[in-house]
Design a protein. Structure first.
Ligand SMILES: CC(C)(COP(=O)(O)OP(=O)(O)OC[C@H]1O[C@@H](n2cnc3c(N)ncnc32)[C@H](O)[C@@H]1OP(=O)(O)O)[C@@H](O)C(=O)NCCC(=O)NCCS
Length: 174
């Protein structure tokens, strides 16, 4: 499945993405905003393992973000389980040289529509660390609601931080 809007394309990963992915992802300014499962340093082997995992997924939920034909980031929807199965968590990053060009905002809008229209999701959410205003701004621009703060929920790099929770609902249930 590929999603296209203007200069932005969301497409499945390819094994040949590994070198570029490792180069983009090996950046502390990216990893410090993500779960510890996103390692630092980020090796080519980490990229190969991640791409293999994406290609094994039963549904298209992990996408490479292309900007003008170049792979510049990743975006995903991770569907939840059990009573949360109509929800998914969104995650994304953009390579630092491409920040502040509107790429994340465009990609988030595209994958949210895909999640609602193609995956049957009713709610898409994420938690942003308190020190990440750029991602909070992306979510606000994409129509997410700031639902609340989980005080000191995040333990990252040896300190506790607040998590700011955002969500958007499928318009079908508004
Ligand atoms: C967060 C991230 C995805 C944003 O990607 P991007 O393509 O630069 O996002 P956009 O260009 O669509 O929008 C960025 C917005 O944040 C704003 N912004 C950037 N830095 C900011 C800062 N320090 N304080 C406040 N706003 C900031 C920009 O001005 C822009 O808003 P605007 O359009 O109103 O001017 C990117 O910085 C990144 O990959 N960060 C590391 C990983 C990460 O944080 N992932 C998300 C985890 S929840």
């Amino acid at each position: 499945m590929e999603l296209v809007s203007g200069n932005i394309r969301l497409r499945p990963f390819r094994p040949s993405d590994a070198d570029n992915l490792a180069e983009m992802a090996n950046n502390k300014k990216i990893s410090r905003n993500l779960r510890d499962g996103f390692p630092h340093p980020y090796s080519r082997e980490d990229a190969v393992t991640f791409i293999r995992h994406c290609l094994d997924m039963p549904r298209d939920t992990f996408f490479a973000i292309e900007y003008r034909g170049k792979h510049v980031g990743n975006i995903s929807l991770s569907p939840c389980q059990d009573v949360y199965r109509k929800s998914a968590e969104i995650g994304y990053f953009i390579a630092e040289p491409y920040w502040n060009k509107g790429i994340a905002s465009a990609a988030v809008k595209m994958i949210v529509q895909f999640g609602f229209n193609n995956l049957g999701l009713m709610r898409i959410h994420t938690g942003v660390y308190e020190y990440n205003p750029a991602s909070q701004r992306v979510l606000e621009k994409c129509g997410f609601t700031r639902e609340g703060i989980f005080k000191k929920a995040i333990y990252k790099e040896g300190s506790l931080w607040d998590e700011v929770r955002f969500a958007i609902l499928n318009p079908a249930i508004r």
